[in-house]
Write a protein that binds this ligand. Structure first.
Ligand SMILES: [Zn+2]
Length: 229
């Protein structure tokens, strides 16, 4: 059965196959993670050569044959990879977000597609890479529907603020007040206030927010994702 369909895709990984061919791992807006095989894709005369580098976004007409995707025609493409690769910290950040994505995103999800597309675009222009990375993971957690409860104690339900905050519990998925826990906090209230900002900030305003402890917030979010999946 052969289908012709139109979709957007983001190149996550490119691998060479033999002397001439290319295999791409992409995330497609409607179809999710797929492999695309491009015969003669390494040759300079390949019509798709400009769209096969990692972090390229493209819109194309695809042919699906026996559950395999092939490109028929690329209508539009933006190679963010070139801009990202010119700066090593940005390049490393791009790999770290696609790595997270490879580990935790399995199903097709248009909202997550848009998150990755926007993230790569803003990665070329952000001035604060640590806020950028924390924001990416926070939005991934948010879209996965598992964002921690930050306003009320997960044990007794009473409002939690800086004064009565005790811990943020990964197992219970949120903050615990000082009446409910005697445990020593591993993550301080700084992480909670950072998460509150990341919960609502838009990409456009990312460079305008200040996080009080971006590296702790990032490590909290990474641990939290790992435990939730
Ligand atoms: Zn409580």
């Amino acid at each position: 059965m052969v289908n012709i369909l139109s979709d957007e895709a983001i190149v996550l990984r490119k691998s060479l196959s033999g002397d001439y061919d290319v295999s791409l791992t992409v995330y497609m807006k409607k179809y999710g993670k797929e492999n695309i095989y491009i015969k003669n894709g390494q040759k300079l005369k390949s019509p798709f050569i400009y769209a096969t580098e990692p972090f390229t976004w493209f819109k194309a007409v695809f042919i699906r044959r026996k559950e395999k995707f092939f490109i028929r025609e690329i209508e539009k493409s933006v190679s963010l990879g070139i801009q990202i690769a010119s700066d090593i910290p940005r390049f490393t950040t791009a790999y770290s977000i696609t790595d997270l994505f490879n580990r935790y995103v399995i199903f097709p999800d248009e909202k997550i597609f848009v998150l990755v597309k926007k993230s790569l675009y803003y990665l070329t222009r952000t001035s604060s890479l640590d806020v950028f990375t924390a924001n990416f993971i926070a939005k991934l957690v948010l879209l996965s529907g598992i964002f921690p409860e930050l306003d009320r104690c997960v044990r007794c339900g009473s409002p939690v603020n800086r004064k009565n905050f005790k811990i943020i519990s990964m197992q219970e998925g949120g903050v615990v007040c000082s009446r409910c826990s005697r445990q020593k906090p591993y993550y301080g209230y700084g992480v909670v206030s950072d998460l509150k900002k990341l919960r609502v900030v838009s990409f456009r305003d990312l460079d305008r927010i200040k996080l009080s402890s971006p590296s702790s917030t990032e490590s909290f979010l990474r641990d939290y994702l790992e435990r939730s999946f």
